[in-house]
Design a protein around this ligand. Structure first.
Ligand code: DX5
Ligand code: ZN
Length: 226
């Protein structure tokens, strides 16, 4: 089993919101995607940023935006992020009654479509939907807050998804999000993840760009078939 070269996506949730443009520039040469956590205080208890911030950031960097919507009613809001120039727009399975329809909307709006699976949601009911998606985000914490401890048991979902994707010859990134750091990324990569969100591990480091490069090197070494 081989997987594509890893993607590292720093999460600006752990950045200094008063200096967002600078914080983005600090990782733009080292990272692949910029992970943007949108929370609405309903789907999750926390409240973060929304469309105006994404629109403003779009003007200051060419980095692909990986927008992670932790919101209710994604069918109403998600296409706006595609229109704002997001590269990938991920919404939660738990928040959507017709994930395939929304994936189609996102693709027609010019974005890649991502499906996110929270901590307590099994992956099996969603496996047959994967051909409609470009990314599958498997939470390795409970969605809602940065800085939580990685839950290794959730990698079973990554293994199941990777087997399914390999067997079906699907082209889909498996992204892990939550508690990804130098001491956890290798096990996630070995399980078959090939996109890695890291908030605290990047923006909590003295040199965020160096932290990204280090995470990528660890993920490359641990990837199946490496
Ligand atoms: C939490 C967010 C994550 C968060 C990860 O619900 O989806 O993207 O920023 O933060 P760390 O890497 O600190 O766990
Ligand atoms: Zn996220």
């Amino acid at each position: 089993m081989t997987v594509p070269p890893p993607i590292v996506a720093p999460s600006i949730l752990a950045a200094d919101f008063a200096r967002l443009a600078e914080e983005v520039r600090a990782v733009e040469d080292a990272a692949d995607w910029l992970h943007v956590d949108v929370m609405d205080n309903h789907f999750v208890p926390n409240l973060t940023i929304g469309l105006p911030v994404v629109q403003s950031l779009r003007a200051v960097t060419a980095m692909p935006f990986d927008v992670h919507l932790m919101i209710e009613d994604p069918r109403r809001w998600a296409p706006g992020y595609a229109d704002a120039g997001a590269y990938n727009v991920t919404f939660h399975a738990e928040a959507s009654d017709d994930p395939v329809a929304l994936a189609k909307d996102l693709r027609s709006a010019g974005a890649k479509a991502g499906l996110a699976i929270d901590r307590d949601t099994p992956i099996e009911p969603y496996l047959d939907l994967l051909p409609s998606f470009d990314t599958l985000l498997i939470m390795t914490i409970k969605a809602g807050f940065g800085g939580q401890r990685f839950i290794p048991q959730l990698l079973d979902k990554v293994r199941t998804a990777r087997r399914h994707i390999s067997a079906g010859h699907l082209e889909l990134r498996i992204e892990v999000d939550g508690g990804i750091a130098a001491d956890t990324i290798e096990q996630a990569a070995a399980a078959g993840a090939d996109a890695f969100v890291a908030g605290t591990a990047v923006y909590g480091a003295a040199d965020p760009a160096e932290a990204v490069r280090h995470l990528r090197a660890l993920a490359e070494r641990a990837a199946p078939g490496a």
